[in-house]
Design a protein around this ligand. Structure first.
Ligand code: ADP
Length: 553
């Protein structure tokens, strides 16, 4: 059971968890009281129900007097019934003999009473001054039983033993039957653990650290909550998702993390969790700054050894990115389908007209129809080529075939091809400015031509008013800079940043009614990067653009 730590009031100990059973070895009555008084004081001040079972060297009168001196307002606590001081004859040796069952049940009754009266829990101490050699064995068994039972309860127990009445083997017994012992050494209280317990604790700590590391290294958010839905623990990823600290999340109701309205499906899944063991669903949580974060969640029920459902673990995965990609994919499919269909419509139309009207058409008209069809087929093939190239690049299957290439020749081929497509306006002028002494570049010639074709295609498409389109190249220290420069519509600085991402199109270009899937520049970028170069744009709205890329020498 995990709960807030309890203040012991004992400096050497600090805070401990509910369910701790420890002992104190004392020499003198002062030793005994120097631990007991602050122990009970801390308990009473923290709203716990306290039971102090006394025996020699203290009688009830002396104990009460010591408590009144050491604990402010002790009389009030006593009158209110928050503390009971019971002689051992009325507790351990009630009816004249020691009965383990009766004493254990006695503690359970006190726990019930503490809960019924609204106290935080039960803090007890029992003195063993009454123990004789013949009862030692059965009392040791009782101590062992307390060890087994206390972990489940909101209870702290300190047993006090007089060191002078214990032989070496008794000391070993006592140390073994408690989680640790307080012993006075050189005037200071020190904590002693049995070897076995220390080993178990170290193993537990190691296992806890391993478990922590495992949970913390998970890319998913991990939350554990109890049967009522109260969050017990979580990892850092949850804090990142929700934007608050672990301490703030713990103790909250898990359902409070969800964005409103909570989907009906979540509530029904959650209601049947205990029966089905695990459920998976997608819902939205309330993230940082009120942002809504879509998550995929797998919730797994955990059961007690008797089969009772008492806890669950949720794994949360941020799927905002995935949703965005899905949406982008849908948009892309729509856009590409449209881009594929438009040229096909023209091609089919031209062929049908040529077939049905063949006889009536002049040779010039037939030629025009075929030219239209060829132009659209060219754009279709270009789009398909870009798509294939992109899918190769995404799958890391882009294989280049580099060789020494003359840039002048590649530029000429690309310009010819674009000019040939016939979409270029009469008023457009193409210029190739590549110095004759420019060294050959080591590149994939076909790919290089496609990069230039894509850029030239754009330069033509986005120069509705005509003008000059220049392809230039110059050698720098370690690379060759190639530019395609137009005098077209240009673009704003914001748009320049986005252009090389997938499916990016500038609003202006849509307004100009120019078709495009927003793929050309992405393909250019992938191809230039595959050549270990860089690509960018310099542009001014209304003045034109210069698309530039480098190729390492
Ligand atoms: P598209 O097929 O849409 O032309 P690209 O990836 O080739 O796809 O280009 C992306 C966008 O960049 C274009 O839609 C257009 O808005 C803008 N763009 C590209 N080249 C130019 C250019 N030379 N002048 C102005 N805008 C351009």
């Amino acid at each position: 059971m995990k709960a807030k730590l309890r203040r012991t009031g004992i400096d050497a100990l600090g805070d401990i968890a509910w369910g701790t059973h420890f002992c104190q070895f004392y020499h003198t009555t002062d030793d005994l009281l120097s631990i007991l008084t602050p122990y009970f004081r801390a308990g009473l001040e923290s709203g716990e129900f306290c039971v102090w079972v006394i025996s020699a060297p203290l009688n009830r009168q002396e104990a009460l007097r010591a408590a009144e001196v050491g604990i402010p307002r002790f009389g009030d606590y006593l009158a209110r019934g928050q503390v009971e001081v019971i002689p051992h004859t009325e507790w351990y040796l009630k009816d004249g003999y020691f009965d383990m069952k009766r004493v254990l049940n006695g503690w359970l009754d006190k726990l019930d009473k503490a809960a019924a009266m609204g106290y935080e829990g039960l803090r007890v101490s029992g003195n063993t001054g009454w123990l004789e050699a013949d009862s030692w064995r059965s009392f040791a068994e009782y101590e062992e039983e307390i060890n087994n039972f206390i972990g489940k309860y909101r209870m702290l127990a300190m047993c006090t033993y007089c060191l002078d009445r214990c032989g070496a083997s008794e000391v070993i017994d006592v140390v073994n039957n408690h989680q640790f012992a307080l012993i006075r050494r050189d005037g200071q209280w020190a904590i002693v653990e049995s070897y076995e317990r220390k080993r178990v604790r170290e193993i537990l700590e190691q296992s806890e650290a391993n478990y922590r590391a495992l949970v913390e290294s998970s890319p998913d958010g991990v939350i554990s909550f109890d049967g009522k839905g109260t969050i017990i623990d979580c990892n850092e990823e949850v804090c990142r998702l929700v934007g608050v600290s672990k301490e703030e999340i713990k103790g909250k109701d898990f359902r409070d993390l969800l964005a409103r309205p909570v989907p009906q499906e979540f509530s029904s899944n959650y209601a049947r969790l205990a029966q089905v063991g695990q459920v998976e669903d997608e819902f939205e949580i309330l993230g940082r700054d009120g942002q809504v974060v879509p998550v995929w969640a797998k919730t797994v029920a955990l059961y007690e050894s008797n089969g009772d459902f008492n806890r669950a673990v949720v794994y949360l995965r941020d799927i905002a990115e995935r949703r965005k990609v899905e949406q982008l994919k849908d948009e892309f499919i729509g856009l590409v389908s449209h881009e594929l269909r438009s040229p096909l419509t023209v091609i089919v139309g031209a062929i049908n007209t040529a077939l049905s009207e063949g006889d009536r058409l002049s040779p010039a008209e037939t030629r025009q129809l075929l030219q239209d069809a060829a132009l659209e087929a060219e754009s279709l093939s270009s789009l398909v080529w870009n798509l294939l190239e992109l899918s190769r690049a995404q799958a890391d299957r882009l294989v280049l075939h580099p060789e020494p290439v003359s840039l002048e020749k590649v530029a000429r081929n690309a310009v010819d091809r674009v000019k040939h497509q016939g979409s270029a306006h009469q008023s457009l002028q193409f210029l190739i400015e590549v110095p004759t002494e420019l060294p050959r570049v080591y590149a994939d010639e076909l790919r290089l031509e496609r990069i230039l074709c894509n850029l030239l295609d754009n330069a033509v498409k986005y120069s509705p008013g005509g003008g000059e389109i220049r392809v230039t190249a110059e050698a720098n220290d370690d690379n060759i800079l190639v530019s395609v420069i137009d005098q077209g519509i240009g673009m704003s600085p914001d748009d320049q940043v986005k252009l090389f991402g997938p499916f990016q199109r500038v609003e202006d270009s849509r307004a100009h009614g120019v078709r495009g899937a927003g793929l050309g520049l992405l393909v250019c970028r992938r191809l230039v990067e595959a050549h270990h170069g860089r690509i960018w744009v310099e542009s001014e709205r209304g003045r034109g653009s210069a698309f530039r890329f480098t190729l390492p020498l």
